[in-house]
Design a protein around this ligand. Structure first.
Ligand code: ADP
Length: 517
């Protein structure tokens, strides 16, 4: 059966071979296993159900929330000679009826439907009259209340599956790989968790880098000027910063465009077109820019501010190097960004989701502080780890020597315990550096033996060191309105002298500016 799948790939789509994850996913489905397929955007998820749809008898149902993309998908299939259609709110009732009648006669290999359709009893009843070997659930994270895009109508999918006279194979596809969302997908669609295939998150041509403690604007300007001939995207967290950067770069004579949700549709469209046509080389934008943009020759993606989570970061950074040529993804970190993102989360997320969002933010902060391979960190986050260092990223190529900081780490850990593990990072840093802060004195922390024990450091550096220890999982963070820090089991091993801690030697950076931009 798999040989047939390979032939169909060649004859219909013109590709000579499957990508690794595709092969695994297709083999799993053809072995009649319900399967979860986690692949990044652009990884090639569509083929994973389209090819089985061609191999299996009957009509595959594809559930997709993206009405605008359904037509594109169907048009592409029709062009290569695969009979397919879609049923959603963009067509008339009469048209939908006609398509259903054709479907009952077995005229289609694939039918794309919007999940809302499943709320109609009549619609499900009509589907019962069709031979359906496979139900593909696209954007399957919409099923999870933990996902960023929960759709209540997705909860009707299982009802459809239960009602079909012959149990179909179920395939769920998504680019969102957090364990919680994956678990939710498996539970709701009754798929065994071991049937999850996660692949394709590695991007060999991207090199990642985190820059800390530098004047961000100076770095940005120099970088853009140095790469003036190259296409690049600069992401900032707020519209205000986008506008400011845009103006400043324009004054520098850079061919720059800008894009954010506060601009009119026509302005946005114009800016996007200019960038796609290479009339402008650099685009300064908020996260609103990039969805569905397929510009292949983007040589760098620079984050002027840290985004809210790794999913957003990787998706945005991943817009660089679509053509497979070497490209750079640089994140300019400043601890102020943490406050900005915390604020945005508090403002936007609904109550129940705040804790989850803060946890994701913490993983993003850890990325900025880890000294291990950044690519490995990303792959591990998405569950697609091969455990090997990339050898290209800012951390792999960092030639500074490492120093033993076990003693300093023990001081920090011991201070946290003496403070009752009830305070945040800043308070601990203040105690360690002997701050005269009123609250610290009131709480009598100046009487602790760990008070001022790291007074050769600034409070900011002590705070950074704590962030580093968090990224090493020696300190944990209890999320909440006021996050508090505690010592993890690994941290306890350090305190007991069973584990050492190493850190890259700190080299003083000449100029530090905290002004934005
Ligand atoms: P996703 O849905 O995961 O975002 P798509 O299914 O849209 O990704 O595929 C992304 C791109 O990769 C498309 O242009 C598709 O034609 C291409 N593609 C998919 N599979 C293969 C393959 N086996 N060989 C070459 N190109 C492929």
């Amino acid at each position: 059966m798999f040989e047939q799948a390979e032939q169909l790939l060649q004859s219909y789509f013109g590709y000579s071979s499957f990508r690794k994850g595709q092969e695994e996913a297709i083999r799993s489905v053809l072995a009649e296993k319900d399967t979860v397929c986690v692949m990044p955007t652009g990884g090639g998820k569509s083929i994973c159900y389209q090819i089985p749809a061609l191999v299996l008898p009957g009509t595959t149902i594809v559930i997709s929330p993206l009405i605008s993309l359904m037509k594109d998908q169907v048009d592409t299939l029709l062009q290569v000679g695969v009979p397919a259609t879609y049923i959603n709110s963009s067509i008339t009732v009469q048209e939908a009826n006609e398509r259903m009648n054709d479907a009952m006669e077995g005229k289609y290999k694939l039918i794309y439907i919007a999940p809302e359709r499943l709320e109609s009893y009549d619609f499900i009843e009509r589907l019962e009259g069709i031979e359906i070997p496979l139900v593909a659930v696209d954007e399957a994270h919409c099923i999870s209340q933990w996902g960023h895009d929960f759709r209540p109508s997705y909860l009707h999918i299982q009802k459809l599956i239960d009602r079909l006279p012959n149990k179909p194979i179920v395939m769920a596809l998504t680019a969102t790989a957090t364990p919680q969302v994956r678990a939710d997908i498996c539970k709701t669609l009754q798929i065994a968790e071991q049937n999850t295939i996660i692949t394709g998150f590695a991007r060999e041509n991207l090199s990642f880098q985190v820059i800390k403690g530098q004047d961000r604007y100076a770095f940005l300007r120099n970088y853009v000027k140095k790469n003036e001939q190259e296409g690049g995207i600069i992401y900032a967290a707020t519209r205000k910063v986008v506008d400011q950067l845009y103006e400043k770069l324009q004054k520098e004579g850079i061919a720059v465009g800008h894009y954010h949700a506060g601009m009119s549709d026509s302005d946005r469209h114009e800016e996007q077109e200019k960038f796609l046509q290479d009339e402008t080389t650099v685009m300064v934008a908020t996260s609103a820019f990039g969805m569905g943009i397929d510009k292949s020759n983007i040589r760098y993606c620079l984050h002027y501010q840290m985004p809210k989570n790794m999913e957003s970061y990787y998706q945005e950074a991943g817009r660089a190097g679509r053509d497979g040529l070497d490209s750079e993804c640089i994140l300019l970190y400043s601890s102020q960004d943490v406050q900005v993102q915390r604020f945005l989360i508090d403002q936007s997320a609904d109550e129940r989701r705040i804790a989850g969002e803060l946890e994701k933010l913490q993983s993003m902060i850890d990325y900025c502080h880890t000294e291990s391979c950044l690519q490995s960190y990303i792959l591990a986050y998405f569950g697609d780890s091969d455990g090997e260092d990339c050898g290209r990223c800012g951390n792999c190529t960092d030639s500074r020597s490492t120093v033993d900081v076990t003693r300093e780490a023990q001081m920090v850990l011991s201070c946290i315990i003496r403070m009752g593990q009830r305070f945040g990072k800043t308070a601990v840093a203040q105690v360690l550096t002997g701050s005269k802060n009123k609250k610290i004195i009131e709480l009598r922390f100046d009487k602790l033996p760990t008070y001022g024990i790291l007074n050769e450091m600034s409070t900011k550096d002590a705070s950074e060191f704590i962030e580093f220890l968090i990224s090493q999982d020696l300190i944990g963070v209890e999320q909440g309105a006021y996050p508090t820090i505690f010592v993890t089991p690994a941290g306890k091993n350090v305190l007991l002298g069973k584990q050492m801690v190493h850190r890259k030697e700190i080299i003083e950076v000449v100029q530090v500016s905290t002004k934005d931009p």
